[in-house]
Ligand binder design. Structure first.
Ligand code: FDA
Length: 401
């Protein structure tokens, strides 16, 4: 042991990262490989719990088509630099080096072939190889600035570091360990925190519509959902609580309480032309017959009944068919609300990124205080973009701490 090593107390680290999630572990490995003495602390009993539950247990760990346009932020240019320097291809190379097998489920969306555990194991192994220590079940009661860095009062004693990285995530899924810790630390150091709300979250419905749709629970159909000039053409799933599935989760990030959703049930069809043709060729066929060509039969019948359509097409005038086509293209729904943070995949809003370097994730006022991952006001669309942000922001900070 060298003299200098002898004098460094075991409670002092070059870098302490609070939060052993996707961003924190990525940052830890990156900094560790640079020779920094790194400690990751987390109050949960296990690291990476959200990684394990993500993508239905198979973790949609990146999206090959991820671009800054896939992110919502009050400061949309902030994410560009980090995403450009650590791309989906970089993460794919990492998982390839570890021999993880994966599949492209939808265009660009990469999921583990076996289990999300594979991604967590990659990160834990990388931390191990890089010499970064992970200490779980450790709560932080206070953070104070010192001459050369930060002092933390924790349940495993007082710790100190030169650089402090906050990677404690957002508010989604409190039962998985989510807290507002990162926002409180930001406020303690005078940073602005933008209003937060649940994103990528199922909608709840008012009792009448919920009851009408409840027999359809479990049925999924491809739709185009629109709200506030955003459109997502992906499946919608009716649940016993309301509406979910990729299209609903995506559009929820753009929805505000009181807004209406427009759902195009047949986005690939020219409905009016179809109905005119069908009336000419098969005048006795019904609207339910037409709908069931493109929608699950049970859904088609229930939707037909909901609209009160009956009788053969020969009984409908052109103007009726025009109105029906319009209804199918713009089924308008006013959700009661969302399921909130209890089931949301992400938290919109968070720490205002105008106060951080987009290159390093360090705060402009304190170049040794960093914020990464979901705690920041950067939120991805559904489909692997949120993990890509966690990796990219983690690497950006890890290269600077
Ligand atoms: P993350 O939440 O992962 O980690 C934060 C860590 O900080 C946690 O370990 C927590 O315990 C710890 N912490 C919090 N407060 C603390 C405190 N006070 N003291 C100490 N530690 C504290 N994204 C995607 O790209 N593809 C996908 O397939 C999915 N699927 C998915 C499913 C579900 C159900 C959810 C909830 C989310 C997803 N996501 C996703 C989103 C993705 O999980 C999310 O964006 C990242 O996990 C964010 O990474 P972070 O490291 O920023 O936070």
């Amino acid at each position: 042991m060298t003299d200098s090593a002898k004098t460094i107390p075991s409670s002092h680290f070059d870098v302490i990262i609070i939060g052993a999630g996707a961003a924190g572990l990525m940052c830890a490995a990156t900094a560790g490989y640079r020779g920094r003495r790194v400690l990751v602390i987390d109050h949960a009993n296990k690291p990476g719990k959200k990684i394990l539950m993500s993508g239905g247990g198979r973790c949609n760990f990146t999206n090959l088509n991820s671009t800054p346009a896939n992110f919502l932020s009050d400061n949309p240019h902030f994410c560009i630099s980090a995403l450009k320097r650590y791309t989906p291809q970089h993460f794919v190379e990492l998982v390839d080096r570890h021999g993880v097998e994966y599949v492209e489920k939808a265009p660009g969306q990469l999921f583990c072939k076996d289990s999300a555990k594979d991604i967590l194991n990659v990160l834990k192994t990388e931390c191990d190889w890089a010499g970064a220590e992970i200490r779980m079940r450790t709560t932080v009661s206070a953070v104070a600035e010192t001459d050369g860095g930060y002092r933390l009062s924790t349940s495993s004693g007082t710790l100190s570091c030169e650089s402090l990285v906050i990677a404690s995530g957002g508010l989604s899924i409190p039962t998985m360990g989510a807290t507002g810790f990162g926002y409180r630390i930001a406020e303690q150091f005078g940073l602005r925190v933008l209003a937060t709300r649940a994103g990528l979250v199922p909608f709840t419905l008012h009792p009448e519509l919920k009851e009408q749709l409840s027999p359809l629970s479990g049925i999924s159909c491809p739709v185009e959902a629109s709200c506030n000039h955003q459109h997502f053409r992906e499946p919608m799933l009716v649940t016993h609580r309301g509406l979910s599935g990729p299209s609903m989760l995506q559009i929820s990030s753009f929805w505000q309480p009181g807004d209406e959703l427009a759902i195009n049930l047949l986005p690939a069809q020219n409905v009016f032309d179809d109905l005119i043709g069908l009336r000419r060729d098969k005048p006795r066929s019904t609207l339910a017959n037409y709908l069931s060509q493109y929608l699950p039969k049970r859904f088609a019948q229930a939707y037909n009944d909901l609209q009160g359509w009956s009788g053969p097409l020969q009984g409908y005038k052109n103007s009726d068919l025009e109105q029906i086509a319009d209804t199918l293209r713009h089924w308008t729904i006013k959700p009661a609300g969302t399921e909130g943070y209890r089931t949301a995949e992400v938290t919109l809003g968070g720490i205002d990124t105008r106060q951080l370097s987009s290159k390093t994730m360090a705060t402009l006022e304190r170049p040794n205080l960093y914020f990464i991952g979901e705690v920041l006001d950067v939120t991805g669309h559904l489909g692997g973009h949120n993990f890509q942000w966690a990796w990219a922001s983690g690497v950006a900070a890890g290269n600077d701490v």
